[in-house]
Write a protein that binds this ligand. Structure first.
Ligand code: IMP
Length: 194
């Protein structure tokens, strides 16, 4: 029998990325697929806590194997901000332009531009929790460059590259990103246990 695993997301892009990588041996279900339309509050202080809150919520309510992810940008000179506030750093949820403006303004005149994108995954498999973390190190540019991707991509230059995520093809970003790295670890684990 095919095993089932809920991905606690309604983000189609994330879902497709996981489904395409995971192959046939596990059927991935979205929140939509299980009829969950609840607003799960992300009140954790870390990415890991937020991921854990979401996967526990689904597991407790539906008693299904499930995983969830939480990601964001962490800037050294800003003591790890925007962190768990990445999506709403400027105050308005999902306003990427305003979020970028706030980071650039706060870093004005700052020489240390080191930053990283982080994805934490919490998996609940047979009632036990497992964590996977993907990180990509880089620097924050002084100005935007490129129109690809989303969020902070136009100001984030991964180490070893001279272009930003905003100038990179989606294919290449998906090969090296924090999210891809965390998902690869999750899939390696699932291949072992399933
Ligand atoms: P989520 O947890 O994946 O929904 O990410 C939360 C927020 O972190 C997003 O709204 C973005 O602001 C930021 N973020 C996460 N991943 C990326 C990325 O790959 N590029 C740019 N911004 C990202």
């Amino acid at each position: 029998m095919t095993r089932q695993l809920v991905f606690a997301t309604n983000n189609r892009h994330k879902l497709e990325e996981v489904v395409s990588k995971i192959g046939e041996q596990i059927k991935i279900l979205s929140l939509d697929d299980i009829g969950c339309y609840d607003d799960i509050e992300e009140i954790g202080k870390t990415f890991r806590e937020n991921a854990s809150i979401k996967s526990h919520y689904i597991h407790n309510k539906y008693n299904l194997n499930c995983f969830s992810d939480d990601s964001g940008l962490s800037v050294d000179a800003l003591n790890g901000e925007p962190g768990v506030f990445s999506a709403r750093y400027s105050g308005e949820y999902g306003n990427h332009q305003a979020n970028i403006n706030k980071v650039l303004a706060k870093l004005k005149g700052t020489a240390n531009r080191k930053a990283r994108f982080v994805t934490d995954i919490s998996l609940i498999w047979n009632s036990k929790e497992y964590f996977f973390e993907g990180i990509i190190e880089g620097t924050i540019r002084k100005e935007r460059s490129g129109t690809e991707g989303f969020g902070y991509d136009p100001i984030f230059q991964p180490d070893g590259y001279d272009i930003t995520f905003g100038e990179m093809s989606l294919e290449e970003k998906n090969r090296i990103s924090h999210r891809a790295n965390a998902i690869e670890q999750l899939i390696a684990f699932l291949e072992e246990v399933s």
